[in-house]
Write a protein that binds this ligand. Structure first.
Ligand code: NAD
Length: 482
């Protein structure tokens, strides 16, 4: 059985306490490897090695940093099939999704920030009339912490690490203990890419032990975190009194607003995807679907029909649409929300049950894609993040009414709007309390754009130069010209 290793100071290493956690394949329920159950001492070692590596890495030329990060991106591309298989086993997602979305995005993250390293520029201000010029240095912060969740493991892990390394920081990173495998495989590629020892350190283990030790360590200057809102609160509580920079990408409960004048076929196809991709375990999934009344009955019928042909099955099979739920704990949570939806008076139009597979998947955790109707916008099912293959549908009469529903939740990550009216698209986009709005599309990503949420969905933006700026500190230098 494989024992995943930490990556500290350029070496693969066991946790100091030699304790391990079982790593489970969610499609079978069986243990298939072991994860380091690291503790504060492993984090301390990782921070020490990141500190030692910082002076040399932060003064390495942008071109040299680019070359290493591009090599790393090329190695991920070379190993795409192996990484996609590993991601699918670890997370439960269909291998086709890992092959087409997760791993290519990890490649793109490193490509994007490798080149960005050579393009970031500092400002200068000519202080006319006062015989002075100001210029702003943008210096890497030092050692930074990157903590990521289980839903898009390598995709989100690299989305943090790539800009941190490109900016000249050294990193102590922690992937989710639920999905550690591709971060482990990535750490093996780092040495092959020529990343100097200690520049990236990966410490595996639980949030309360490893995550909080990274956050509390005084030598870690910033925390880039993606995960649940509750964990974000806990991190902010520890980090704020130490005045650490924080980027928090948290939960969501995203509205999908469908107006009667939309491009119907395009909307229907995309809505199936935005509801159930990755088993609904994408922070951007539209879990509250609002449909303008004249279209409601048609949508309800066609949507349920499309959902009925989705194949729930073994994530390794090429034709699987919906794979396994990531863990038993998460499976129980999602099932409890289906029960809640019924208690709150919802009608299950399709799904609503565990999907029982034969053979290899018999003991795995699968849930049928579930559509619920008849719930008010303010019930718990419509207010709390479920993060699984469960959506609600609800009719509306007016723009004002649907904006009230959409903005009623504590979250504000993303929203989707379907309309052919240009004016309405702009009007509604401006009124939505949300960091990201997709008009007539979903998850169409351009890595240059600011990514993040408002309200309880987070603080700060990732993406583009925003992320590079996050990992740097500005210093203004004012020169008087005599
Ligand atoms: P989580 O908050 O439980 O865990 C995320 C990471 O934080 C894991 O690595 C975990 O070990 C670590 N962690 C847990 N407790 C910690 C602590 N006290 N201190 C430091 N680190 C700690 O989230 P999850 O269940 O892995 O992921 C699902 C959540 O992530 C959902 O709420 C989803 O919406 C959110 N998410 C948000 C985005 C976004 O971009 N906004 C993207 C993906 C997922």
């Amino acid at each position: 059985m494989l024992y995943i290793q930490n990556f500290i100071g350029g070496e693969l290493t066991a946790p100091l306490a030699e304790n391990w956690i079982e790593n489970i394949d969610p499609s079978t329920g069986a243990v298939y490897s072991f994860i380091p159950d690291s503790d504060q001492r492993d984090v301390q070692r990782a921070v020490g090695s990141a500190r030692s590596a910082f002076p040399a890495w932060s003064t390495t030329s942008a071109e040299a940093r680019h070359d290493i990060l591009i090599r790393l991106s090329g190695l991920i591309e070379r190993d795409l099939e192996q990484l996609a298989q590993a991601e699918s086993v670890d997370q439960g997602k269909p291998v086709s999704l890992a092959r087409e979305v997760d791993i290519p995005r990890a490649v793109a993250n490193f490509k994007f920030y490798a080149t960005a390293a050579m393009h970031i520029a500092n400002e200068s201000h000519d202080t006319v009339g006062r015989n002075a010029i100001n210029y702003t240095l943008r210096q890497p912060l030092g050692v930074v912490g990157c903590i990521s969740p289980w839903n898009l493991p390598l995709y989100l892990f690299t989305w943090k690490i790539a800009p941190a390394l490109a900016a000249g920081c050294t990193v102590v990173a922690k992937p989710s203990e639920v999905t550690p495998m591709t971060a482990y495989l990535l750490s093996k590629l780092c040495s092959e890419a020529g990343l100097p020892a200690g520049v990236l350190n990966v410490v595996h283990g639980t949030g309360p032990k490893v995550g909080s030790a990274i956050v509390a360590n005084p030598d870690v200057k910033a925390i880039s975190f993606t995960g649940g809102t509750k964990t974000g609160e806990e991190i902010a509580r520890i980090a704020a009194p130490m005045f650490k920079k924080l980027s928090l990408e948290l939960g969501g409960k995203n509205p999908n607003i469908i107006f009667a004048d939309c491009n119907y076929d395009e909307m229907l196809t995309t809505t199936v995807r935005s509801s159930f991709s990755n088993q609904g375990e994408i922070c951007l999934c539209g879990s509250r679907i609002f449909v303008e009344k004249p279209l409601y009955d048609r949508f309800r019928r066609d949507f349920v029909e499309r959902v009925s042909v989705l194949r729930v099955g073994d994530p390794r099979k090429p034709d699987t649409d919906v794979g396994a739920i990531v863990s038993k704990q998460h499976f129980d949570k999602v099932m409890s929300y289906i029960e809640l939806a019924k208690e709150e008076g919802g009608t299950i139009l399709i799904g609503g049950k565990q999907a029982n597979l034969d053979g290899r998947g018999a003991d795995g955790w699968f849930i049928e894609p579930t559509v619920v109707e008849g719930l008010p916008f303010d019930c718990r099912t419509n207010q709390e993040e479920i993060f699984g293959p469960v959506v609600t549908i609800q009719p509306f009469d007016s723009e004002e009414e649907v904006l009230g529903y959409a903005n009623s939740v504590r979250y504000g990550l993303s929203a989707t709007v379907w309309t052919e009216s240009l004016s309405r698209a702009h009007r509604v986009a401006a009124m939505l309390e949300s960091g990201i709005v997709w008009i007539n599309c979903w998850l169409l990503r351009d890595l240059r754009t600011p990514f993040g949420g408002v309200k309880d969905s987070g603080v700060g933006r990732e993406g583009g130069f925003e992320a590079l700026r996050f990992f740097t500190e500005e210093k203004n230098v004012c020169i008087r010209i005599l």
